[in-house]
Design a protein around this ligand. Structure first.
Ligand SMILES: Nc1ncnc2c1ncn2[C@@H]1O[C@H](COP(=O)(O)OP(=O)(O)OP(=O)(O)O)[C@@H](O)[C@H]1O
Ligand SMILES: Cc1ncc(C[n+]2csc(CCOP(=O)(O)O)c2C)c(N)n1
Ligand SMILES: [Mg+2]
Length: 273
């Protein structure tokens, strides 16, 4: 058990812990941190891009729970050297994402620090939450979009090279409309923040299943983090309905495995501890 797992375990007497968000009645509560030098370097992004991505990675957790995000609480640590122009750029990024997803920013906290650190709580509503723990044996496993570019772009940034401002690493693309419409056919879901292999380990643990892979997945695909694509499972009888919805929303589906009895563990390390 790594230090992250050990620490989270100290709170695991709460039945709400263990998914992308906590389902309490018809509400989902989720929070994610977006910290300077952990999630971004200041020179890689504009302030507007930082605030926007901080919101999007949080909204992603609500979407994969099949919840509609409604409210956000923003906790922001800001260097005291920032000018009012910079503060405006930052607030513009938060507001852009909030407007796009019809979210109201209802509060938060602001402190001064030597770096820019953002934590966001999202409050969402759902009638039918989709959990990580509800994948069933024989379900098909699928991820949306293309994986790998975020890892490549992160390596470029670390090497001092520039990347396109359209890169998913700068501006993740969420598949909300596809997912909400398909949700009645989906048995489990989570977003790909730490890389496909690591997320598969999470579903394996939560749903008590293993995987039979249809083809080998290259390391560069399976270990690309911060993709914010959706990893989900479904009973194969729903395949054509899901494919039709994906086509309508121009979402690429990669069906790559079947759930079997067993357990999946990845050798690749996640970046946390
Ligand atoms: N400090 C903490 N206190 C209480 N619960 C925590 C804490 N950190 C994480 N958890 C809970 O542990 C579970 C796993 O958290 P984790 O951050 O791995 O989720 P995630 O959203 O899938 O990951 P990511 O941060 O990559 O998006 C969640 O239910 C989360 O709410
Ligand atoms: C400066 C810097 N160093 C490393 C990375 C890579 N990185 C950070 S967090 C994360 C996974 C998701 O985060 P979390 O699990 O916290 O939601 C990844 C792949 C980065 N983006 N910036
Ligand atoms: Mg998550």
């Amino acid at each position: 058990m790594n230090k992250e797992e050990y620490f989270i375990k100290q709170f695991s007497n709460s039945k709400f812990i263990g998914d992308d968000g906590a389902v309490v009645g018809s509400h989902v509560y989720s929070m994610d941190a977006f910290f300077e030098n952990i999630h971004f370097k200041r020179e890689w992004f504009s302030l507007k891009q930082i605030a926007y991505k901080a919101m999007i990675v949080n909204i992603s957790d609500a979407i994969v729970m099949n919840a509609i995000p409604k409210y956000a609480l923003l906790s922001v640590a800001i260097p005291s050297t920032y000018s009012t122009k910079e503060l405006n750029q930052l607030s513009k990024g938060f507001k852009k994402a909030a407007k796009e997803f019809n979210i109201e920013i209802i509060g938060g906290d602001t402190i001064s620090n030597n770096k820019l650190d953002i934590s966001i709580t999202i409050i969402s509503k759902t009638k039918n939450p989709i959990l990580r723990s509800s994948a069933k044996k024989d379900d098909l496993f699928c991820y949306t979009g293309t994986l790998g570019t975020c890892k490549k772009d992160l390596a470029k940034l670390f090497a001092g090279k520039k990347i396109s401002k359209k890169s998913k690493f700068i501006k993740p693309k969420l598949n909300a409309d596809f997912f909400y419409e398909s949700s009645k056919y989906i048995s489990s879901a989570l977003d790909i923040s730490d890389g496909l292999f690591f997320e598969l380990q999470r579903v394996s643990k939560a749903s008590n299943i293993g995987f039979e892979f249809f083809k080998q997945i290259h390391e560069d695909i399976g270990t690309s983090g911060e993709e914010y694509e959706i990893l989900f499972s479904f009973n194969k009888k729903h395949l054509s309905k899901i494919e039709k919805i994906a086509k309508k929303h121009k979402v690429k589906l990669n069906i790559f495995a079947k759930a079997i009895k067993g357990k999946y563990e990845t050798k690749s390390k996640n970046h946390h501890f």
